[in-house]
Design a protein around this ligand. Structure first.
Ligand code: ADP
Ligand code: MG
Length: 388
């Protein structure tokens, strides 16, 4: 076994000799120093586990040696040698984290006890350090395993949602095929048309789902450029007018004029607004008989310094509390076989990527308002100004 290094510091040569011999007898590899400065030099060179130092020395005293060694190497145990009645110095030593102190003249038993305690401390500190390192490693491993499990769970959810959507479309297609076959069998034109329409609807659903999934999977970098927000809103209005009319919904455009140009990715924001307006029209459809005329408003307003807000407001079916909480989750849909539950999730992702915010107000049977707030250049998406 390797000998433990010990550094003995005393200005009296006699003590260094006698104590040195008795330490060697105990199996230590002993280094000696006659003053504080030399002690620090030897200490730095040999890095002993234990230092035994006299307190009272000319020049740098033992307390200072203790302080410096503890500052450089808190692990090292320092035993102080005091004269009789040096209570103040003893207290100072303890305050500076000395391992122990023994009094002169040095008695063998007292030395053994002090050395034994110092070695015990060293042993326990080492144990604690190893234990802590093991713990850290364990935490790291467990964290990694947990993250992997969560990732797998997310993949599982995605696949399950997909399977569900595909199953719905498949039953739509099967239904359509059945009606179509009946039409052929009975030579019935009404059945033929009805079956054909069902099949076409489901083809559209497959197309929509594939597009949304592609968009969801793709991590496209935003291509931002200064854009006129009203222009995008007008495009959406025009695009959705026929669909709204077919459902008996009035589509109103309410733009604030002279809006600042905003740095955004027009294709992506277009996609967001299209999702919101589609949902709004579907919400009107889903309301059933309504005493008041159904309408969807597409609104633009200034938002803070240089920013803009878009609002899509409908007086359709609205949402209950549970729905409000879940709308931004992927695959959350209340539309059964007609929904993919991806629209709002994608919308939020795009708005977030723009440094913006999406807000939602909704009340069951009354209607819904979605607000997209986009910041101006370098700005936050605040609501300081421009929102009546
Ligand atoms: P999908 O439209 O395919 O169902 P979305 O992510 O676009 O998926 O919307 C998720 C759900 O949020 C919808 O199924 C519906 O329940 C609710 N929702 C979204 N917009 C509205 C709205 N304007 N009015 C009422 N409910 C809405
Ligand atoms: Mg939708």
């Amino acid at each position: 076994m390797m000998e433990e290094k010990i550094l003995l510091v005393d200005d009296e040569e006699g003590i260094r000799k006698v104590l040195g011999i008795s330490l060697r007898d105990r199996g230590y590899e002993v280094f000696t120093a006659g003053n504080g400065e030399e002690a620090l030099r030897v200490f730095r060179r040999e890095n002993p586990a234990i230092v035994l130092t006299d307190i009272k020395m000319p020049g740098m005293d033992g307390i200072e040696v203790l302080r410096q060694i503890k500052a450089e190497s808190p692990e090292t145990e320092v035993i102080m040698i005091t004269g009789h009645g040096d209570m103040d110095l003893a207290i100072q030593s303890i305050k500076n984290d000395a391992a122990d102190f023994i009094t002169k003249p040095i008695n063998d038993d007292a030395l053994d006890i002090a050395l034994g305690r110092a070695k015990e401390k060293i042993f326990f500190k080492k144990q604690i350090r190893e234990h802590t390192e093991n713990l850290e490693k364990l935490v790291e491993e467990k964290t990694r395993a947990l993250m992997e499990a969560e990732r797998l769970a997310a993949v599982g959810q995605t696949v399950a949602g997909l399977a569900h959507a595909i199953k719905n479309i498949t039953s739509g297609l099967t239904g359509g095929a059945f009606v179509l076959e009946k039409g052929l069998e009975l030579d019935n034109r009404t059945y033929l048309l009805q079956g054909w329409r069902m099949i076409k609807e489901n083809i559209d659903r497959i197309k929509d789902m594939a597009l949304e999934l592609l968009n969801y999977a793709r991590e496209r970098e935003l291509e931002r450029r200064p854009c006129d927000p009203n222009r995008i809103l007008r495009e959406i209005h025009e695009l959705m007018l026929p669909r709204a009319e077919a459902c008996g919904v009035t589509l109103e455009l309410d733009t604030e004029e002279d809006l600042p140009r905003v740095l955004l990715d027009p294709e992506e924001i277009h996609r967001c607004l299209l999702n919101l307006v589609t949902n709004a029209i579907e919400a009107c459809e889903g309301k059933g008989a309504s005493p008041e005329p159904l309408r969807v408003v597409l609104r633009s307003r200034r938002n803070g310094a240089g920013g803009v807000s878009f609002e899509i407001i409908d007086n359709g079916c609205g949402m209950d509390e549970e729905t409000r909480e879940k709308v931004f989750r992927r695959f959350f849909s209340t539309k059964g076989s007609r929904g993919t539950g991806l629209g709002l999730m994608i919308t939020k992702k795009i708005v977030d990527a723009h440094g913006g915010r999406i807000e939602l107000q909704s009340e069951e049977k009354k209607g819904t308002r979605f607000i997209i707030r986009l910041p101006g250049e370098g700005g936050e998406s605040g609501e300081e100004a421009g929102n009546p």
